[in-house]
Write a protein that binds this ligand. Structure first.
Ligand code: NAG
Ligand code: NAG
Ligand code: NAG
Ligand code: NAG
Length: 485
């Protein structure tokens, strides 16, 4: 069992296989062209396009997908042909500058107009799905959130595409899409991709991977528990995929994405200071001034709000991983649990089971910290590296990583510590279950791209796992019964 997992992962991550696949796909393309030429048959031209705008809390990306118009047995071959990152922050930040939304969307929408043949524009559906950044804005000011969506809608209606609306997806949907995507990409639903692993793919490929997703404003955990009743109905998802039923546990923690978690921590820690916060989660020598009323704005920091004798405060980094970890732990209330097991804040969590893929910010942060190059390092090794990293003087770090944006660079110590705290203390991964966590990022989307070109199966078109915004409206092209409920 252990061997199987290991070799499965190795084959997934191994560059050699990617190279082999790269060659194989070149050969396949040559073969296809050869066949096309010799049989004098044109390659299939009848294709459709679709556009998805994934509106995250910190930025929006536009993805363009393509698939053959003739579906064989209702199985679409969807693949991503383009990603365009919109310049600017997440759409919720445009609440105070609605008149800039048009310009915000222009560049990537123009790109889509160029990429997709003009004759196809009218038949091309466009979906926009917004996540936790907009969920927070809606909690704070529903009218304003509606206004943002309606301005976005008005703007997107100006293009000659078939716009299907802009909406805020739920945390459950977000968890579900992440789980479906990662398991699809890992070939957990079918046996068809067994050649990818270059080994027999026996009946034991059925164990699905759990999905750990970390965004700026929220974080999701989704997995199939072992013979465990899902005690809280709001955490249960039921799917039927490829004729098999799945009962999946999911929870989305609003305000526990890495950006909002940092805001919570700061709002908690400035209580009882004189306006100078000596913060162990920032590097020694790092200093920044922040505005108290801005910190208190939005729903995530409300519980810490109090009248303070200063309007601004200064963070002074002290770079101490252990103290940072302890400060983060105060964000997780583990003192009560109305169920048999909880994560934190009284939220039901069944015992962890099986392997987990950790993606989006989990991956980007761990990649920067060099924790993704080989097998997931042990807890001790990570803690040891984090202690060294956080204690590095800011000045040295800035010189060394001159090409990394200062805001990002300054927050890796906190983000790394937050990830370890969330996984170990929030979700209760142990030294033993820790090795079942696999940080997955680029490798997966490289493979997804290869599948898309190669395997005549819907690759869901998702190159970037974790920003899976398959609207339910995509169900008709997906190779499975598709109704997350
Ligand atoms: C589609 O279904 C038909 C009839 O069930 C079957 O013969 C054919 O092989 C199927 N095609 C694919 C690509 O699965
Ligand atoms: C803090 O931010 C608020 C809201 O943006 C602004 O009105 C206020 O002037 C700022 N205070 C300081 C001291 O900069
Ligand atoms: C944890 O939550 C419980 C129940 O809501 C509350 O009584 C308790 O004060 C909280 N503890 C902390 C440290 O916030
Ligand atoms: C990660 O590894 C690279 C290459 O060895 C090194 O240059 C870089 O400093 C490391 N990053 C961190 C955060 O330690």
């Amino acid at each position: 069992m252990e061997d199987r997992k290991e070799s499965e992962l190795k084959s997934f991550c191994s560059r050699n296989i990617l190279i082999i696949l790269g060659f194989s796909s070149i050969i396949a393309v040559i073969a296809l062209i050869a066949v096309g030429l010799t049989q004098n048959k044109p390659l299939p031209e009848n294709v459709k396009y679709g556009i998805v705008l994934d509106a995250g809390s910190s930025h929006t990306s536009l993805y363009i997908y393509k698939w053959p118009a003739e579906k064989e047995n209702d199985t679409g071959v969807v693949h991503q042909i383009e990603e365009c990152k919109l310049k600017g922050p997440g759409i919720s930040r445009y609440a105070q500058r609605l008149n800039e939304i048009d310009a915000y969307l222009t560049e990537c929408m123009e790109r889509a107009s160029q990429v997709i043949p003009k004759s196809q524009h009218q038949g091309t559906p466009v979906y926009l799905g917004a996540t936790a950044g907009m969920r927070l804005l809606r909690m704070e000011n529903e009218q304003l959130a509606d206004k943002v969506l309606s301005v976005v809608t008005k703007s997107l209606n100006n293009y000659h595409f078939d716009f299907h609306g802009a909406r805020i997806i739920t945390g459950q949907e977000e968890g579900a899409y992440g789980w479906i995507t990662i398991n699809y990409l890992l070939g957990k639903f079918t046996q068809k991709l067994s050649w990818l692993n270059l080994k027999p793919n026996g009946g034991n490929s059925q164990g699905t991977y759990g999905a750990l997703d970390l965004g700026g404003a929220s974080t999701q955990i989704t997995f199939v528990p072992q013979n465990e009743r899902i005690e809280s109905p709001s955490n249960a998802l039921h799917f039927r995929l490829y004729g098999k039923d799945y009962s999946v546990y999911t929870h989305s923690f609003l305000c526990y994405g890495k950006d909002q978690a940092l805001r919570q921590k700061l709002a908690k820690d400035i209580q009882g200071t004189n306006g100078i916060l000596r913060d162990p989660c920032f590097h020694p020598g790092y200093e920044i001034v922040m505005n108290v009323s801005e910190l208190y704005s939005g729903p995530c920091t409300k519980r810490f709000e109090m009248t303070l004798p200063f309007d601004e405060f200064q963070i002074q980094g002290t770079g101490n991983y252990q103290q940072c970890h302890e400060s983060i732990l105060e964000l997780f209330n583990t003192s009560y649990c109305p169920y048999s097991h909880c994560s934190f804040n009284g939220i039901f969590l069944p015992p962890l089971h099986g392997d987990f893929g950790a993606f989006s910010a989990y991956y980007y942060v761990m990649e920067f910290l060099n924790f993704t190059s080989e097998e997931t390092p042990t807890q001790e090794k990570m803690i040891d590296s984090m202690e060294k990293f956080c204690s590095q003087p800011w000045k040295e770090l800035k010189t060394y990583f001159g090409d990394v944006k200062e805001k990002y660079l300054s927050e890796y110590c906190f983000s790394g510590a937050y990830i370890l705290s969330l996984l170990l203390n929030g979700y209760h991964f142990t030294a033993d279950s820790w090795k079942n966590i696999h940080f997955m990022g680029k490798v997966i989307w490289v493979l997804a791209g290869l599948w898309a070109d190669w395997v005549t199966e819907a690759a869901l078109g998702l190159k970037e796992v974790g920003v899976s915004l398959l609207s339910l409206a995509w169900c008709p092209v997906l190779p499975f019964t598709c109704n997350p409920s």
